[in-house]
Write a protein that binds this ligand. Structure first.
Ligand code: NAD
Ligand code: ZN
Length: 358
């Protein structure tokens, strides 16, 4: 397909109005209303600056704030946002702006897909996870009951504007969580990028500008390519689920007390182990993968009495990414080269799960 929106990487919000101008071109700019959607943490730290800038260019800028956390990524929050938009007379020509992490982005995109049958939205991702992964590609939605991302829509933003500088205020564990997705990008698609992440651990973790730019842009490029080839996940896009099949099961069974990236890290180790066991990657590659995941302060083993391997297997198999009762599982031929397998047996899955549950 054709790529229809800009992904802008900056180190401030200074270019935001310029980047928005083409998005809003042709609308009556005096009357266009903008609703910033953000969570309680981001509201405290970054909302004012973005609000001020937008207010200097547009007359109506409203802000909807909800309590942060995955627990609020649900239809309840969506309803409140619909109400807020109705009360403030938002119309189809107006604009929503997601200012925050993946939780904000996923919900804003879903509301944008459904409010008045569709209103435009822009992503301003503020977590590493959202910058390297969730803000790009147009998957939006919410959790429903205990089911993660069960209700949603494909809906592409009109612009993604990233200010890499905001990563400085991100808690360390959240940074690590985002690195899991960056490592995933390298593992499935780009050995060179993976090696870069291995070589520059210190520079990346201390947020050196050049290193962060390369980390974010490298992962965005991979995500964009994969999504562009397969926007609706009919094939290749499923590669982005590397580490997520078992990862999601662990996430669910932890009652979301573990971070998404931590669960993905464990899922990637399990998938790498299965790749090794099924004669794909070498022992050295498996060790290399575990080593780098660990170096970015992510778990490679889960020590918990609360979760049995059988529970994780059952949860893995009940995941929505099944076809004819078989899990579509992403394995590695090599570092930087993933493929989708429908041949992974329950026994193999179980071995992978046991490998990380110790
Ligand atoms: P999040 O949005 O909950 O953000 C994590 C925490 O960081 C929150 O407490 C938030 O308030 C805080 N925060 C955000 N920016 C900050 C900043 N600059 N400084 C300080 N604190 C900040 O979680 P996330 O990790 O960004 O995203 C996870 C969500 O993304 C999950 O719901 C997951 O399902 C979804 N996701 C979606 C896709 C997709 O393709 N749509 C891909 C991957 C993940
Ligand atoms: Zn993920």
């Amino acid at each position: 397909g054709e790529w229809i929106y800009d992904i802008v990487l900056e180190s401030s919000y200074g270019q935001l109005l310029d980047a928005l101008a083409p998005v809003l071109k042709g609308r009556n700019e005096k009357n266009v209303k903008i609703c910033i959607v953000t969570d309680s943490n981001v509201a405290k730290i970054h909302k004012n600056e973005v609000e001020e800038i937008l207010k200097s260019g547009y007359s109506t800028v409203k802000t909807f704030v909800f309590e942060s956390g995955e627990a609020n990524k649900n239809l309840n929050t969506i309803e409140k946002l619909y109400e807020y938009l109705i009360i403030n007379h938002f119309e189809r020509n107006d604009l929503l702006i997601a200012l925050g992490g993946g939780v904000v982005g996923d919900m804003t995109g879903f509301v944008a897909a459904t409010y008045l049958r569709g209103i435009d939205f822009v992503q301003i991702p503020t977590t590493l996870l959202a910058q390297v992964d969730s803000s790009i590609g147009g998957k939006t939605g919410v959790d429903f009951a205990q089911y993660k991302n069960m209700v949603g829509a494909f809906n592409q933003p009109k612009l993604v504007y990233m200010n890499l500088d905001v990563l400085k205020t991100l808690p360390k564990e959240q940074f690590a969580s985002g690195m899991a997705e960056a490592l995933k990008s390298g593992l499935i698609r780009d050995q060179e990028y993976f090696i870069y992440l291995c070589d520059e651990i210190k520079a990346i973790q201390s947020l050196e500008q050049e290193a962060i730019l390369r980390t974010v842009s490298g992962s965005c490029k991979i995500k964009r390519e994969v999504v562009q080839n397969d926007p609706k996940e009919k094939g290749e896009r499923a590669l982005l689920n590397f580490g997520h099949t078992i990862g999601h099961a662990i996430e669910k069974l932890s009652d979301f007390t573990l971070y998404h990236g931590e669960c993905v890290a464990l899922g990637m180790v399990a998938a790498a182990y299965i790749s090794f066991k099924s004669g794909n990657i070498s022992k050295e590659d498996l060790e290399k993968i575990e080593h780098i995941i660990s170096a970015y302060n992510l778990p490679i083993r889960l020590k918990t009495a609360k979760m049995s391997a059988d529970d994780v297997l059952a949860a893995t198999k009940s995941d929505k990414k099944m076809e004819d009762g078989r899990v579509k599982f992403v394995l590695l031929h090599a570092i930087g080269d993933a493929y989708i397998s429908r041949e992974v047996s329950d026994e193999m899955l179980s071995d992978g799960i046991r490998y990380v549950l110790q």
